[in-house]
Design a protein around this ligand. Structure first.
Ligand SMILES: [Zn+2]
Length: 247
C-alpha cells in the first residue's frame, strides 16, 4: 500500500544576483515573504524593496499625514532586519491605487534602476483562494508588476524613461508571486524564520491597531503557521511559497 503523496513545490531558482520586490504597502512583504529574503541576503544576494504607497490609510485611528511617515519608518526598520537597506516609495495613494499606465511606468522605472533578474510581488488575483477577497491595491500592483517586468525591457513602451537616463533592462527572468493560492516553488525558511518574526514585529503600531493579541505571540503564530503549512509541500521544512512566472 502506498501513502497518498502531496504534490511537492520546486526549489526556487538560485542562479541570480539581484532581486527587486514590488508591493503595495508596508508589511506586505513581512506577512510571509521575509524569511526567504533573509535566506537570500545571507547568501550574498542583493534585494531591494519598492512600495507603491506608504500605507497611510492602514490604521483607522491615525490620520494619513501622521500615519504615512510612521509606517515608512517601521518599513525601513523591518527591511533592515532581513538585510535590505534600499527601500523606495512610489507615492501612489494608499487604498485607491489604480492599475494603469502611470503605475506600470513607475514600476518599469524601478526595474530599470535596480536591474534585477528576479522580481517579487504579492498576489495579484481577486482572492487569496476560496472566498477570501483580495484588496484592489494588491491586485493592481501585482498585475502592474508582472506587466512592468516586460515593459522595462522595451525602449519604445515608455520612451520618456530612456530620456531620463534609465536604459531598458531585459534581464528579468522570473516574477515570483507571494501569497498565491496556486504556488509552484518554495524557499527553505528555517534559517530566516526568527528574523522574519522580528521583521514583522517592526510594524508594531500597525499590529497593535490590528489585534488585541500580544504582538510577539501574534507575529510568531502567524508566520510559523504559514511556514509549516507550506512545508508540508516542501519536504517537511518550514518554507515560503511562490508562484513563479518565467519570462
Ligand atoms: Zn497590503
Amino acid at each position: 500500500m502506498t501513502e497518498p503523496t502531496i504534490p511537492q513545490l520546486q526549489p526556487m531558482p538560485e542562479d541570480w544576483r539581484r532581486a527587486l520586490a514590488v508591493v503595495a504597502h508596508p508589511d506586505d512583504l513581512e506577512y510571509g515573504c521575509s524569511a526567504a529574503v533573509a535566506a537570500w541576503t545571507d547568501a550574498g544576494r542583493e534585494v531591494a524593496y519598492v512600495l507603491a504607497t506608504r500605507g497611510e490609510a492602514g490604521i483607522d485611528t491615525l490620520a494619513p499625514a501622521e500615519c504615512g511617515p510612521l509606517r515608512e519608518r517601521e518599513q525601513r526598520a523591518s527591511a533592515a532586519v532581513v538585510g535590505v537597506s534600499t527601500v523606495e516609495f512610489l507615492d501612489h495613494r494608499d487604498g485607491v491605487i489604480e492599475y494603469g499606465l502611470a503605475l506600470r511606468r513607475d514600476i518599469a522605472a524601478a526595474i530599470r534602476r535596480h536591474r534585477p533578474e528576479l522580481v517579487i510581488t504579492l498576489n495579484h488575483r481577486d482572492t487569496w483562494g476560496g472566498v477570501a477577497w483580495n484588496t484592489p491595491d494588491h491586485v493592481a500592483v501585482g498585475r502592474a508588476t508582472l506587466d512592468a517586468a516586460g515593459d522595462a525591457g522595451n525602449r519604445w513602451i515608455f520612451p520618456e524613461l530612456t530620456d531620463q537616463g534609465l536604459a531598458p533592462w531585459n534581464g528579468v527572468r522570473w516574477v515570483a508571486v507571494a501569497g498565491s493560492a496556486t504556488p509552484t516553488h518554495a524557499v527553505d525558511a528555517s534559517a530566516g524564520l526568527e528574523r522574519a518574526v522580528t521583521s514583522l514585529l517592526e510594524h508594531r503600531t500597525y499590529i497593535q491597531a490590528l489585534t488585541d493579541e500580544e504582538p510577539e505571540t501574534y507575529a510568531r503564530g502567524f508566520l510559523t503557521g504559514v511556514a509549516k503549512s507550506v512545508g508540508e509541500r516542501f519536504g517537511g521544512r518550514p518554507a515560503v511559497a511562490f508562484e513563479l512566472f518565467g519570462r
